[in-house]
Design a binder for this molecule. Structure first.
Ligand code: G3P
Length: 217
């Protein structure tokens, strides 16, 4: 399973990348706003830090403008993935930009039918938003399962990029279902390493090592 970090915070990306857990990065207009940075400048900086795919999202809503913005974003670096919203114009732009050889992440997916259309439009990634479905009392993880079944039924190569991940349990569920990628905030990815019994066990080992005077170097 690939881990993308969902942020435009370069310090957080650098820290997680140094830990070896960054296969890619996803951003969106809200995350760019939070960073307080210019989109072109911060995307370039992220692409210089990370070797893997870096999603940068268009802000236009109509087909022609989306295609123009997408081409501009793609010029930033070879590892830029153009992120497009799941609208009819976005799907049309997906088909055009994918046919030019660009990698596309279709975002704001909330149904299996939307995911089916994105695959037919040639998306490299589909981003179903788990947490936002949970927010309205639907089951976001069920959607990942439905998309997995549909894509496998027809051999679609579009990768399922589970997004809007809020908890470590979301990641476990996505891994069990076979999502290709998760994108999550850095703190959620780091929290995967935590377990109360690990902390308790380590405290005991440290105590015993001190008491026994164990020295290795
Ligand atoms: O990748 C999409 C993600 O940023 C949305 O997350 O927590 O705002 O629903 P959230």
């Amino acid at each position: 399973m690939k881990f993308f970090v969902d942020t435009a915070d370069v310090d957080a990306i650098r820290e997680l990348n140094d830990l070896g857990f960054v296969d890619g990065v996803t951003t969106n207009p809200s995350l760019i706003k939070k960073s307080g940075r210019d989109i072109l400048e911060v995307t370039k900086e992220i692409c210089d830090i990370v070797d893997g795919p870096v999603s940068a999202e268009v802000v236009a809503l109509d087909y022609d403008a989306m295609v123009n913005e997408g081409r501009k974003l793609a010029k930033i670096a070879d590892n830029v993935v153009i992120k497009l919203p799941l609208t009819l114009d976005g799907l049309k732009a997906c088909k055009t930009l994918a046919s030019e050889g660009h990698k596309i992440n279709v975002t704001l997916c909330f149904s299996a039918n939307q995911a089916l259309l994105a695959a037919k439009a040639g998306a490299t990634y589909i981003s179903p938003f788990i947490g936002r479905l949970d927010d309205i009392n639907l089951d976001g993880v069920d959607l990942i399962e439905d998309i997995r079944t549909i894509y496998d039924n027809y051999g679609y190569e579009t990768e399922i990029l589970a997004a809007s991940i809020r908890t470590v349990n979301h990641i476990t569920e996505c891994a069990k279902i076979g999502a290709d990628v998760i994108t999550a905030p850095a703190n959620v990815i780091k929290a995967m390493a935590s377990h109360v019994l690990t902390d308790k066990g380590l405290a005991q080992f440290v105590k015993d090592a001190e008491e026994a005077g164990i020295k290795i170097v």
